[in-house]
Design a protein around this ligand. Structure first.
Ligand code: FAD
Ligand code: UDP
Length: 375
């Protein structure tokens, strides 16, 4: 078999590139995917109880980039959804990101008032401050206490559980994803565009990949077919260290185990996700009906148990943002550069970057622009 493009991986990166190349360049694409389905980690399906669930953990789409939103809107309508998260701290359920409402959920009103006043004096209103920054900068006894309290009760144990590293051992960008928000806005994300594909992610992927120039080979890894398929160009969205047969050693990833639980209740928890920084072996529970807006009898939620990644045994969900691992990645990147564009690497695993879905789409679209500039 001979194709113009071989694309390895049918997640957002591979599927968007396949769609662009097939529809805009009119070239033939073969997408090879080792799982039994398209969609990568965003794959969803109806479970045996008829509940639409995300197999690889909750996925909420959010972006500030109109271009990305408009691009995907060609393939889906959206169910408008604003994600809300509560964290259990000292027996209270407090809103995350930690904001002014969280203060009132934790402390007596007069003390919360005092803390709010000091936060406003130091930072102003509607400002986001990462926990590691606020800890360094906090002035006075009250804000120092508050910064330490949030650090210990919200971030420290959750981060240890999720990554097996403390917040300081990781890139500060990790905990900065959930900054302290000096505001009354309880939404987990403040992006301009937020929602879930109305008929689910998998339908969105089916439409992305429906072009007649695209063929899909499921249940097949690149390693199985690499000598059998002829191609002009390749895009690889799998793990870059695996591609180069681990010649510099394994890049560390973090994995997860998902425990899915169905109940006959109509609703299990008050919001989409509840985080448990300090209790249990799981980090959070997510009830899918909140996210999808589905009206159905019963409900399913999922618990997420962080795990060490073991190649061949579980899935490398998260690259670990840490300086020394970035250095190791750069060695693989140099190998990739030697292939001089004949093989292009992109995506969460191939770039070893903690991309959200919109960033994966943005990466794919900008890579496509580079491809057309060369043709
Ligand atoms: P992937 O989705 O990982 O796709 C890569 C594909 O390549 C996979 O299907 C894999 O099977 C295939 N593959 C790999 N190697 C090979 C090989 N050798 N041969 C054949 N096929 C191969 N983002 C958000 O924006 N919002 C969220 O709420 C959100 N929640 C998340 C929750 C969890 C638990 C996780 C893990 C991620 C979450 N993300 C979220 C991130 C989102 O999943 C990624 O941004 C997105 O999946 C990246 O797409 P990708 O195509 O780069 O990678
Ligand atoms: N985090 C935390 N406590 C929380 C929520 C998040 O310590 O209650 C930290 C933790 O290190 C986590 C990171 O912030 O990995 C990013 O959180 P996010 O919810 O963005 O994680 P993701 O959805 O990507 O797993």
């Amino acid at each position: 078999m001979k194709v113009d493009w071989l694309i390895v991986g049918a997640g957002f990166t591979g599927s968007v590139l396949a769609e662009r190349i097939a529809s805009q360049l009119g070239q033939k694409v073969l997408v090879v995917e080792q799982r039994h389905h398209i969609g990568g980690n965003a794959y969803d399906y109806y479970n045996e109880h008829g509940v639409l669930v995300h197999q690889y953990g909750p996925h909420i789409f959010h972006t500030n980039a109109k271009l990305i939103w408009d691009y995907l809107s060609q393939f889906t309508q959206w169910y408008s959804y604003y994600h809300h998260v509560l964290a259990v701290v000292d027996g209270n359920q407090i809103p995350l990101p930690f904001n002014l409402n969280s203060l009132y959920a934790l402390f007596p009103p007069h003390y919360a008032d005092k803390l709010v006043q000091q936060l406003l004096e130091q930072y102003g209103f509607n400002v986001k401050v990462p926990i590691l920054k606020i800890r360094q900068e906090a002035r006075g006894d009250d804000l120092t206490f508050l910064a330490d309290y949030i650090y210990k009760k919200v971030f420290y144990n959750y981060t240890l559980k999720q990554w097996n590293f403390t917040p300081e051992e990781l890139s500060p960008s990790v905990t900065a994803r959930v900054p302290i928000y000096i505001s009354r806005d309880d939404r987990y994300f403040q992006d301009q565009f937020q929602g879930l594909p109305k008929q689910g992610y998998t339908v969105l992927f089916q439409r992305l990949l429906s072009h007649p120039n695209i063929k899909i080979l499921l249940n097949t890894s690149y390693q199985e077919i690499k000598t059998e398929i002829g191609y002009q160009n390749m895009i690889f969205t799998g793990a870059i260290d695996e591609f180069f047969e681990y010649q510099y050693g394994e890049l560390p990833y973090r994995s997860l185990e998902f425990q899915s639980i169905y109940t006959h209740q109509n609703q299990i928890q008050p919001v989409g996700t509840i985080n448990y920084p300090n209790e249990y072996h799981y980090t959070r529970t997510t009830e899918f009906k909140h996210l999808t807006g589905q009206q159905v009898y019963g409900s399913t939620y999922v618990e997420e148990y962080p795990q060490p990644y073991q190649p061949g045994k579980n899935i490398p969900y998260y690259p670990i943002p840490k300086t020394e691992y970035r250095e190791l990645y750069k060695k693989y990147q140099q190998e990739a550069d030697k292939l001089e564009g004949r093989v292009v690497f992109a995506g969460r695993l191939a770039d070893y970057q903690y991309y959200n879905m919109d960033q994966a789409v943005a990466r794919a679209l900008s890579l496509f622009e580079r491809i057309i500039s060369k043709t």
